[in-house]
Design a protein around this ligand. Structure first.
Ligand SMILES: NC(=O)c1ccc[n+]([C@@H]2O[C@H](COP(=O)([O-])OP(=O)(O)OC[C@H]3O[C@@H](n4cnc5c(N)ncnc54)[C@H](OP(=O)(O)O)[C@@H]3O)[C@@H](O)[C@H]2O)c1
Length: 297
């Protein structure tokens, strides 16, 4: 994999489902190390994953194996405040908070959870309708000056929200982390990926297999996609449908970082070899057609 000069590599391990995997700290180390051997050094987290438990769980692994920290990059997110009254953390409704105080407090809490002195990338998790771009910029600048966070980005932002925040910063946002897969293609149509290409910013794509629904759903769209993904897999000598779904994303000209959601190292290895697969344009559009249920005009 070519990760040279990229703030975030072509494949990223997503740890949203870490509690579901029921890994011990030792198993978490082994999973992360095996992925490193496969060339994946980026890890994706968020303060709220696992009701605030996932970051600390990953941190337990880093405490047990401190040498791991310098071999990986940590991307994490802040800005969502769920209604977790029992934990005394928030109010009665889920809400967003992109105030300077909350961004800084959340980043500092993440540093503690990961038992580290720096976060490689901090993202604002969701666009906050009450976001004051000057205030977010102030928080980012403070965290950068303190050396707490090296790079910044956003997640689920519209192009105009990215442009607004970027206009207040004299350094570049490194990513917009968005949902994109053969099932969910709106980022191709709403200007989000065009903007990434324009800014030469690599998007991070979450739920690249639609959270596994690509394989389990019985909808007409899923059935059409499964048929065509199998067909193309045979044509290009791929081992499986998931490889074709990853190869389809990797062809996007914004050169995305694909955020894997699997806790299965064999599936991670399949994703790595998927990056060597190439679809031709007809195969790429055949998958687009299967997703949409109609041909391009
Ligand atoms: N920024 C945001 O708002 C946002 C939102 C959601 C997610 N994320 C990030 O994106 C990451 C990836 O999202 P995701 O977990 O939804 O990714 P995904 O890869 O679309 O879905 C992962 C799920 O699919 C299953 N799966 C994978 N390969 C499979 C296969 N070949 N056959 C059947 N099932 C398969 C996995 O199970 P196994 O573990 O058994 O393989 C897992 O349950 C998350 O970890 C998180 O870091 C960000």
């Amino acid at each position: 994999m070519s990760n040279v000069n990229r703030p975030i590599g072509e494949l990223v391990l997503g740890y949203w489902r870490l509690l579901d995997w029921q890994f011990s700290a030792q198993q978490c180390i082994e999973f992360t190390e095996k992925a490193l051997e496969l060339g994946i050094c980026d890890t994706d987290h968020a303060d709220i994953y696992g009701q605030y438990e996932c970051e600390a769980k990953f941190g337990e692994a880093l405490k047990l194996q401190p040498s791991l920290r310098d071999q990986i990059r940590i991307v994490t997110k802040c800005g969502i405040r769920p209604a977790l009254a029992s934990k005394g953390l928030a109010g009665k409704a889920n809400h967003y908070d992109s105030s300077k105080a909350h961004i800084i407090a959340s980043a500092q809490q993440s540093l503690k959870h990961f038992a580290t002195d720096r976060l490689d990338v901090l993202l604002i998790h969701r666009p906050d309708y009450l976001m004051d771009a000057d205030e977010v910029a102030e928080a980012f600048i403070t965290l950068k000056q303190q050396g707490d966070v090296l790079n910044f980005g956003v997640s689920n932002f519209t192009p105009s929200q990215v442009a607004l925040l970027q206009s207040r910063l004299d350094f570049e946002l490194v990513t917009n982390q968005i949902e994109c897969s053969v099932v969910e293609m709106s980022a191709l149509e709403n200007g989000t990926l065009d903007q990434c290409q324009q800014m030469r910013m690599h998007p991070m794509l979450w739920s690249p297999l639609a959270g596994g629904r690509l394989f389990s759903a019985q909808s007409e769209q899923a059935i059409r996609l499964q048929t065509v993904l199998r067909q193309v897999a045979e044509e290009i000598d791929a081992n499986s449908m998931d490889q074709v779904a990853y190869a389809w994303l990797a062809m996007l000209p914004s050169k995305p970082s694909i955020v894997l959601g699997t806790g299965n190292i064999e599936r991670v290895a399949r994703a790595v070899s998927a990056l060597t697969l190439k679809l031709n344009k007809e195969q790429w559009y055949r998958i687009w057609q299967a997703s949409k249920g109609h041909s391009v005009p």
